[in-house]
Design a protein around this ligand. Structure first.
Ligand code: ZN
Length: 185
């Protein structure tokens, strides 16, 4: 006989009687029965006569078309920017997804070609496709763009001047596709 037995549970479901099993983590005792406190997997320890309910491991949310994502620019070449996604629709996401932003299209949509973002910038973008398991991003919404950056020459803090950023330390003026709520550093 194995020492552990498992089964799926629903909240409030009776798992055992208190005489047989001691209520453990994720369970509660209701009079003479031990019940599940949440959806999960009930694990009966037959040796210790104890039952616990483990929550199912949640898979990280996968970005889907139309999601608003925020992240850090990991590489910025002339045609493509790779961004490590830190938030999906405002919720923190620790799965380390990388989104790809083609910079050939977006700047032109706003009239002229400028530097979209540089490495280490914090940026917001919209997922426009997840075809072939590649997360394609676009600066599609009005609030997409760079959220914070530092001077690319000296690393100093910057202030926004119209569509550009100016270093508070050395005065260097640089281009970015800035989000309307750009917050400098
Ligand atoms: Zn500077």
């Amino acid at each position: 006989m194995s020492e552990k037995k498992e089964r799926k549970t629903m909240p409030g479901e009776a798992l055992a009687v208190v005489e047989e099993f001691e209520p453990g983590e994720g369970t509660y005792s209701n009079g003479d029965s031990v019940r599940a406190a949440a959806v999960g997997i009930a694990e009966f320890d037959l040796k210790q006569r104890k039952v616990i309910v483990k929550s199912p491991v949640k898979k990280p949310a996968l970005p889907t078309k139309g999601d608003s994502v925020e992240g850090v620019v990991e590489s910025a070449q002339s045609n493509v920017i790779n961004m490590r996604i830190l938030r999906i629709n405002g919720k923190p996401n620790e799965a380390n997804f990388t989104g790809m932003l083609s910079t050939r299209q977006d700047p032109q949509r706003r009239g002229r070609r400028i530097t979209v973002a540089k490495v280490a910038d914090l940026m917001r973008a919209t997922v426009y496709s997840t075809k072939n398991a590649i997360i394609h991003l676009a600066l599609e919404r009005d609030n997409d763009g760079v959220l914070s950056t530092v001077c690319s020459i000296c690393g100093g803090g910057v202030v926004r001047i119209n569509d550009r950023v100016k270093c508070k330390e050395c005065g260097y003026v640089d281009e970015r596709m800035l989000a309307p709520d750009f917050r400098g550093v």
